[in-house]
Design a protein around this ligand. Structure first.
Ligand SMILES: Nc1ncnc2c1ncn2[C@@H]1O[C@H](COP(=O)(O)OP(=O)(O)O)[C@@H](O)[C@H]1O
Ligand SMILES: [Mg+2]
Length: 230
């Protein structure tokens, strides 16, 4: 397929313009995009803000053709000062709430939902149609608390690290946890969704040794900031 300009590059995929309406998203590491294409289509049909996926017939399994989005990512908007940390945390909470209102696609456990499991400020784009959620590589079905736990831990890892955004990440995390779904139980430091989320983060092959080292501090921070009831 003829592709144009490289529009973006994350940890695992490159995104190229095809034309004004479509982009090609390609895994650099041979990752298989077929499962997430099915999930994205399912969510789109339920009115969830995901880019539309074009019929993947004939594409290599590493590739997805999806609707081209315009606008900054939440991370860029934070850096540019066009949104506040409070707004970012509230928006992350909102897209988690909305995702978890949709029935699971395959699981028969009534508590399970479609989870994103990597919902952080670089995977939300602010388009003229509102916030859209991208990068469904890690999607699975399970308890919503696991999704909240993953988002919280990702932010907390930045907040306890050495990046320039330490204070901002803490503020986004604080806002996210303030909007935590009252029905969600994150558990404590030994058991529950947050502990499960930590195990996942620890085994994520994309994490460097340094990041793994600060997971304990990140977990502590989430436990400190989460509402007492959760
Ligand atoms: N539908 C899209 N339209 C325009 N740009 C996109 C689109 N999807 C992704 N991008 C750009 O490509 C980058 C990487 O995409 P992403 O799906 O998050 O892959 P990764 O798994 O590598 O993080 C994004 O941060 C964004 O800048
Ligand atoms: Mg990404």
């Amino acid at each position: 397929m003829h592709t144009g300009e490289l529009l973006g590059s994350g940890r695992s995929a490159d995104v190229f313009a095809i034309d004004d309406h479509w982009v090609l998203r390609r895994y650099r590491d041979g990752g298989d995009a077929t499962a997430e294409a099915v999930v994205m289509s399912y969510l789109g049909k339920h009115g969830y803000p995901v880019p539309r996926v074009r019929d993947p017939a004939g594409l290599p399994r590493t590739d997805l053709v999806i609707r081209r989005l315009s606008g900054p990512s939440m991370l860029q908007a934070l850096r540019q000062g066009t949104i506040t940390a409070e707004e970012a945390g509230a928006t992350l909470a909102n897209v988690l709430h909305r995702l978890h209102r949709i029935p699971a696609r395959v699981s028969t456990d009534p508590a399970d939902r479609v989870l994103h499991l990597d919902l952080h400020p670089d995977n939300v784009m602010f388009t003229p149609d509102g916030a859209m959620v991208i990068d469904w590589r890690n999607t699975q079905e399970g308890p919503p608390g696991l999704d909240w736990g993953m988002s919280a831990l990702i932010l907390a890892q930045v907040a306890v690290g050495t990046a320039a955004e330490v204070a901002e990440a803490r503020a986004v995390l604080t806002a996210l946890l303030r909007h935590l779904d009252p029905a969600v139980d994150l558990g404590d430091g030994d058991t529950g969704c947050l502990t499960q989320a930590k195990k996942r983060r620890a085994t994520d092959p994309a994490m460097s040794g340094n990041e793994a080292h600060i997971l304990d501090d990140a977990m502590e921070l989430v436990l400190e900031l989460k509402p007492a009831r959760a």
